[in-house]
Ligand binder design. Structure first.
Ligand code: ATP
Ligand code: MG
Length: 673
């Protein structure tokens, strides 16, 4: 029988069917619609990343695009890796260029420098040390951190040192704005003099090269014709302008995002690019996804409640997963106890045959990580944290050292490395892990080759080290992930433990304005929506910062999470307590930690601690004992007698009878000192 040669048979229907398999109608529409520019808008876990990946694959398989002309900007390397492994599974040999804005820009610049025989500038990857030397001797670490934060924010918003002071009018910083502006200017000058560039410079240099160098811009625009961006709600003006430079006057762009997960405004990101997409790109169309495939309905309810009344857009997601346990809440006496308790819970949650990597422990700040890491290690639980990651592993250091001075083409060097990754069944597990890690390094090499086919082994090493500082590397070994909420964006695990959910961390203590608190709410939402089957939330009643121990109280936002899956009786009790709060002389707005002067925070802390213990003893939720506002009223009014207590709203005779003595005792303790 006569058969057409493969190139003219058109798309293989079975491959197309594969790509559309297991998608709902909205997702299918998002994959196949020929419209461009296209915005895919949806809540967490609704398949945005999956759809983006499939859309690229679908366009490739239907011969609509050549994968070599695709540029996919993803937030994590994991997503980039997933995209390419999916394309490989479909039998496509050519990888698409996928990575972060930084990674792609750096790769393009390196190839430009190599082509023009320009000695590459030194990449400043330790900004803090550099800045500290500019500050007066004896200034503390937080000043350098604050300064770095301000410089990064300004550069993300394309604000130059001379415009900083005006632009930063409403920013909070330990250094006065005029001084930041001077230091910022000096930083830029020092850097230039020493031929150094920082990470943000990579983006502006790349953008500038595109507008100033016609040959470079023609080459890049020839190369990349189809643009895809994940997590578009967190794009900043600098990245946006680079994206525009890459695109030129073309409009083949597809973005996906969720305005309720915008968590980088503090760092200069602007969700408006997503929200007002059609203003930025004329003629754009939108597809919305409404079904959630990641989490149980209980987790989804809790996460929706975590967002509070700040939900920005879109309807509540429809849960597709079967029902599971409600999120578990747990108090610990100290942060140390909490870490040990979580390590134990990790061990208990690991069913037979399950991997450690099915679990993650997520925290609000980097500072919380070491204690948790230590507790896991002490319990013999392998864990991995961000940063050090892949490049800190001995086998990877070794491999990189071997490549470092190499002028050999990267493509050749990768073939040698790949030989080291072959596995057989008799290997000990540790060796299999090592080989899997080398495999991850090889994948990274292919990522660079997709952007810069002429890369050498030596340039790969530099690029990999630079990427490691801004990106997250997943690697093969089986371990529990310990990450910040920010770093967990886009990822998912069957079991997620949220640690340190206390006022002062969730929301973070320095968040005071409405906008800042709303971003903290979204961050809490991001954290909750990482869980598939089980969500465990804990806090400590005492936490040590440096050498100081402080009393803590559980985040008031946990109340919302708890309520989301509560029984009608529970909700009735809660509503009554809330009404009492509304009537309280302090009013609902004077919540602890939010107002200018909370009544007496040590006293309030002690009252809340007592309430937690009492509630635990009585096996009822804390606010059944007393609402927050009632305790706040007590801490403000400092009553001396039972009758004084009765005058406060939210406290009736029954409560005075039951708890009056205990309250007055705590008050005496705190007013004596
Ligand atoms: P986030 O906002 O957190 O980045 P997302 O919208 O990008 O989430 P994905 O990570 O793409 O969501 O998908 C969430 C999970 O649901 C993944 O495990 C994905 O494989 C799965 N999933 C998505 N769509 C479907 C579907 N139609 N059927 C089954 N599983 C699906
Ligand atoms: Mg995603």
């Amino acid at each position: 029988m006569f058969r057409l040669p493969p190139s003219t048979t058109g798309p293989d229907p079975s491959r197309v069917a594969d790509l559309l398999d297991g998608l709902n109608a909205e997702q299918r529409e998002a994959v196949v619609t020929p419209h461009s520019p296209l915005r895919i808008l949806a809540g967490a876990g609704s398949g945005k990343t999956r759809v983006l990946t499939r859309r690229i694959a679908h366009r490739v398989v239907t011969d609509d695009v050549d994968p070599r002309h695709v540029l996919a900007l993803t937030f994590t390397r994991k997503a980039a890796g997933e995209l390419n492994s999916r394309l490989r599974a479909l039998g496509l040999r050519d990888a698409v260029a996928a990575g972060t804005f930084h990674g792609i820009a750096y790769a393009q610049l390196r190839s430009r420098w190599a082509d023009r025989n320009i000695k590459p500038p030194v990449l400043l990857d330790r900004k803090l040390g550099f800045l500290r030397r500019m500050l007066p001797p004896g200034s503390d670490h937080t000043q350098a951190l604050d300064l770095a934060g301000e410089i990064e924010w300004a550069k993300a918003r394309a604000i130059t040192p001379d415009r900083y002071e005006r632009a930063a009018a409403s920013r909070k910083c330990s250094i006065p704005a005029a001084r930041v502006a001077t230091l910022f200017e000096r930083y830029e000058e020092d850097k230039k003099r020493r031929r150094m560039v920082d990470f943000d410079d990579l983006l502006s240099l790349c953008r500038r090269a595109i507008s100033a160098d016609a040959e470079f811009s023609a080459a890049q625009r020839w190369r990349f014709r189809h643009f895809f961006v994940d997590e578009f709600q967190d794009v900043n003006p600098l990245q946006f302008s680079l994206l525009n430079a890459w695109m030129g006057d073309r409009d083949d762009l597809c973005v996906v995002g969720d305005p309720n997960q915008a968590i980088y405004a503090w760092n200069g990101a602007d969700a408006d690019y997503l929200v007002s997409f059609d203003r930025h790109f004329a003629g754009a169309q939108t597809v919305e996804l409404r079904h959630n495939y990641r989490s149980t309905p209980e987790i989804l309810n809790a996460a929706g409640a975590a967002l509070g009344s700040g939900r920005l857009a879109g309807q509540q997601l429809i849960a597709e997963r079967p029902s599971g346990p409600a999120p578990r809440l747990r108090a610990f006496r100290t942060d140390k106890d909490e870490a040990v308790g979580i390590a134990r819970a990790v061990r208990d949650a690991r069913g037979p045959g399950q991997r450690w990597s099915a679990q993650a422990v997520l925290v609000r700040t980097n500072a919380q990580i070491p204690l948790l890491e230590e507790a896991c290690r002490a319990a013999g639980i392998p864990c991995r944290t961000r940063g050090g990651g892949l490049l800190a592993l001995p086998e990877i250091k070794n491999a990189l050292a071997g490549l470092e001075s190499g002028r050999a083409p990267l493509a050749t060097a990768l073939v040698d490395l790949e030989l080291m990754t072959e596995t057989d069944d008799d290997q000990p597990a540790a060796e299999a892990d090592r080989r899997a890690n080398i495999g991850a390094l090889v994948r990274l090499g292919h990522d660079l080759l997709a952007v810069d086919p002429g890369a050498t082994a030596g340039s790969f090493v530099e690029w990999a080290r630079a990427s490691a500082a801004t990106d997250q590397f997943g690697h093969g070994g089986d371990a529990v992930d310990i990450l910040t909420f920010h770093a967990a964006k886009g990822l998912e695990w069957p079991v997620v433990h949220l640690a340190g959910i206390e006022d002062g961390l969730v929301p973070i203590g320095h968040a005071k304005r409405d906008g800042e608190l709303a971003e903290e709410r979204r961050l809490f939402y991001v954290a909750c929506t990482r869980a598939e089957n089980e969500l465990r939330i804990s806090w400590a009643e005492q936490r040590t910062f440096g050498t100081r121990s402080m009393n803590r109280s559980r985040s008031s936002w946990i109340d919302d999470v708890e309520l989301a899956n509560a029984s009608p009786q529970f909700i009735a009790a809660r509503t009554a307590a809330n009404r009492a709060r509304e009537r309280s002389p302090l009013g609902p707005s004077r919540r602890a930690g939010r107002s200018a002067g909370p009544p007496d925070s040590a006293l309030l802390g002690a009252l809340k601690q007592w309430r937690t213990a009492t509630a635990k003893g009585a096996k009822v939720p804390a606010y059944v004992i007393f609402a927050d506002a009632t305790l706040e009223a007590v801490a403000a009014a400092k009553p001396l007698t039972h009758n004084d207590l009765l005058r406060l709203s939210g406290i009736g005779p029954v409560k005075v009878e039951r708890y009056g003595a205990a309250l007055l005792e705590i008050l005496r303790e705190h007013t004596d000192t």
